[in-house]
Write a protein that binds this ligand. Structure first.
Ligand code: 3H9
Length: 705
């Protein structure tokens, strides 16, 4: 079937884009559209045109898979096709439903009038792919929505509701009802406009909304300043601003040429490649090769959470936010009351920031019930355990849940390190046991590591992966090992950061390098945020388990232990690796520097200047190396799944595509050789993994593994 289907509604031609699943503007669609515009412009039986999308949406933009591939020579780019469309003397009306994004939004802006149905998302998200709206979006959006609104939309890449689009003047008419109702309204509008006989209103010719920039010449500089933190390390957001700026001083044709030039510079750069990788990685992650897509799932209409500490309370909020009633169980009433009060306090803080209404908070709190009676979990569809991280405690609890929960209930553990298979042995139903590792704060962080045990049933995996989406999370299926994917790799990163401090760097040096690389914060600010006491207890426990002796490999906790001995647990105590005079902003602290220098002396390490390059390589190459081991062991299904874990669990910059993709852009040969050098200088823990070595020797990347 053709990629653009034509129908007639009286003297109105109705064009339906037909390229499932999202009507991407690949070359067959562009070819069809181009031909239709040419044909209809001269058709004496056609007074007006309505443009819509077949299936569940109007159009999600360019076909992302086409970037970097060749297009047949006779197929034109979208921009000149839109110029022709906009230039038609017959009215062209867009009938928008579902989604109008990127090139889809640009297509709608090229029409003369826009009708939009309910529950529609509209916007220009190109910047999230490391590019800019390259088919006139940067020129037409400011002319239609005003300069400030266009800047905000294009630089954030945010998709907005039809109501917001209407208020901004992007949509002309809102329609209730289904797609056919939207098309009927668009046809009626097209007939009305044709009958009026006035020249079409062309977005590209409008100038009324551009005055804003003339009235406020500092607008663009102020905007660049406001986005500097978010956009650090990236080119696309700045190119977007330059293009919108160009729209205010150039005519449409010149502005489009400028936009084209900027687009060309971005589209094949590493930034765009990384972000395209991120886009597809986030979709690939949901696919589990041995769990078919159509596996029947178990209904999760109610959930129970055991433990109402920071994690348990956060997880309870996640379920309530998704509209799922949740029963929170604690051992004693005082702990339960404190936990529920904390949840209410968290919601109230969101209400006071204006991000949640009081009514929504009340509704969510209404979904959360507290109890100290474990028997209340008897009828629940799923239980998530979030109790103390101790195997004996967890096993005792799972044995108890086994006796209480109904057959078929999913029994999940939020453990961040422990063996899910061993936990499952405490029950007579290991097939129903799975790990759901939420990241703190659970109601904010998007990652869920879903840990598959040796006996976890396929339908339990399918249910929990689907549930992640329902909860607004990104679920990544991982296997059983200490620390799973994220924390196992994090361990490497933190260890090297600690060693670098002993050798000559200061926490602020390391944090600066990692922040400039694009991480939301450096490793030391991160430890201070999470609480240094957590790792301290783990280290003390390990040393106790080893009979009071540190292991025979180099110990990375010497400075950290001293920091904790002083009660410097991080932000919550006002001091940690840094001082926090205002409670939030890390400031280098001479007391910590003195401890560090003294420790180096005690360890017999002559402090030296550590370069920024060494900081980056020492922190990130071992992390990547651990990722290679994880991949080799089958703990992660794909290298891109590891990237998703790091982007959503630790804020690894999306414009670098995650650690494994980033490693491919650096080159595995370089990484392997550097690790071999570190192995000689530092110790055997730096040795490149067999998979990394093999790929490096074959000249391949993790993308080929
Ligand atoms: C652009 O337009 C540049 C222009 O300025 C022109 C310059 C000249 N292309 O997300 P889903 C696939 S750049 C190709 O699960 P949802 C997706 O991979 C583009 N494929 O559905 C998945 O495939 P699979 C700007 C695409 O309902 C399937 O469709 N536009 C594209 O949760 C379903 O996707 C954007 O950035 C595409 N454009 O969400 C919008 N879009 O089944 C990108 C999706 O094999 N798209 N696929 O895994 C989205 O944000 C979401 O897909 C959308 C639907 C909100 C539309």
């Amino acid at each position: 079937m053709s990629a653009v289907i034509e129908e007639r509604r009286g003297r109105v031609a109705l064009l339906r884009l037909n390229n499932p699943p999202v009507n991407g503007l690949g070359w067959p669609v562009r070819e069809g559209l181009d031909a239709a515009v040419g044909r209809l412009s001269d058709d004496p039986d056609v007074d007006a045109i309505v443009l819509t999308g077949n299936g569940r949406m109007f159009c999600a933009g360019a076909d992302i898979r086409e970037f970097g591939t060749a297009t047949p020579e006779h197929v034109r780019r979208l921009t000149p096709i839109l110029d022709d469309l906009e230039g038609l003397d017959k009215p062209v009306v867009a009938a928008i439903h579902g989604v109008a994004a990127g090139g889809g939004m640009e297509l709608a802006l090229g029409c003369h009038y826009r009708v939009c149905g309910p529950k529609t998302k509209l916007g220009l998200p190109e910047v999230t792919l490391g590019i800019l709206p390259g088919a006139g979006g940067t020129q037409r959006m400011p002319r239609v929505a005003g300069v400030s609104k266009a800047l905000e939309l294009i630089v954030s890449g945010r998709l907005i509701s039809e109501k917001e689009a209407f208020e901004a003047g992007i949509v002309d008419e809102l329609v209730e009802g289904d797609v056919e109702a939207v098309i009927d309204a668009a046809v009626a509008a097209a007939e009305r406009l044709a009958a009026a006989g006035e020249p079409p209103r062309r977005s590209g010719q409008r100038t009324d909304r551009l005055h804003e920039a003339k009235d406020n010449p500092g607008l663009f500089d102020a905007f660049r300043e406001s986005m500097a933190k978010r956009a650090r390390g990236m080119n696309a957001p700045y190119a977007c601003v330059r293009c919108v700026e160009a729209a205010t001083r150039l005519d449409l044709a010149e502005g489009l040429a400028f936009e084209r030039q900027e687009f060309e510079q971005l589209v094949n750069a590493v930034e765009a490649q990384s972000m395209r990788h991120a886009f597809f990685a986030e979709r690939e992650v949901a696919k589990i090769p041995d769990v078919p897509k159509d596996t029947a799932t178990r209904p999760i209409q109610t959930a129970g959470i055991v433990g109402c500490g920071t994690m348990g309370g956060g997880i309870a909020m996640v379920f309530a936010n998704a509209g799922i009633p949740v029963m929170v169980v604690e051992n004693d009433q005082a702990a339960l009351d404190a936990g529920i009060a904390k949840i209410a306090k968290n919601y109230a803080a969101t209400v006071s920031k204006g991000r949640l209404t009081q009514a929504a908070m009340d509704q969510r709190m209404g979904l959360i019930t507290g109890t100290t009676d474990f028997l209340s979990l008897a009828a629940t569809d799923m239980v998530v355990e979030a109790v103390f991280e101790d195997m004996a405690v967890k096993k005792e609890l799972f044995a108890k849940l086994d006796g209480i929960c109904k057959p078929g209930a999913i029994l999940a553990t939020n453990t961040s390190t422990l063996d899910v298979d061993e936990i499952a042995t405490a029950t007579k139903r290991p097939q129903d046991v799975i790990g759901t590792h939420f990241f703190s704060p659970a109601n904010v962080m998007r990652l869920m590591e879903n840990v598959r045990g040796a006996k976890t049933a396929d339908d339990v995996i399918a249910t929990v992966m689907g549930l992640s989406k329902t909860l607004g999370k990104v679920g990544v299926l991982v296997g059983v090992c200490h620390g799973f994917v994220g924390n196992r790799m994090l361990h490497q990163y933190l260890r090297e950061a600690m060693f670098l401090v002993e050798e000559g760097a200061l926490p602020q040096d390391i944090d600066r390098v990692m922040y400039d690389f694009g991480m939301p914060m450096g490793p030391f600010a991160m430890c201070d945020l999470a609480g240094n006491d957590v790792g301290w207890r783990v280290r003390q426990e390990q040393i106790r388990a080893q009979g009071g002796k540190p292991s025979n490999t180099r110990y990375s906790g010497t400075v950290a232990d001293k920091i904790c001995d002083l009660g410097r647990f991080g932000q919550k105590t006002g001091k940690g690796w840094f001082a926090y005079a205002d409670g939030r902003t890390p400031q280098p602290d001479p007391e910590v520097e003195a401890i560090i220098v003294q420790t180096s002396k005690e360890l017999g390490i002559a402090r030296r200047a550590v370069s920024d390059d060494e900081i980056l390589e020492r922190c990130l190459y071992p992390l990547v190396n651990e990722g290679a081991k994880i991949l080799d062991e089958g703990i992660a299904l794909r290298a891109s799944d590891i990237d998703v874990v790091w982007m959503h669990g630790y804020g690894f910059p999306r414009f670098r595509g995650g650690p494994m993709f980033w490693a491919d852009t650096v080159g595995l040969k370089t990484i392997a050789a550097t690790l071999q050098r570190f192995e000689k200088d530092q110790g055997p823990w730096m040795a490149p993994s067999p998979l990394l070595l093999k790929l490096a020797e074959e000249g391949k990347g993790f993308g080929d593994a």
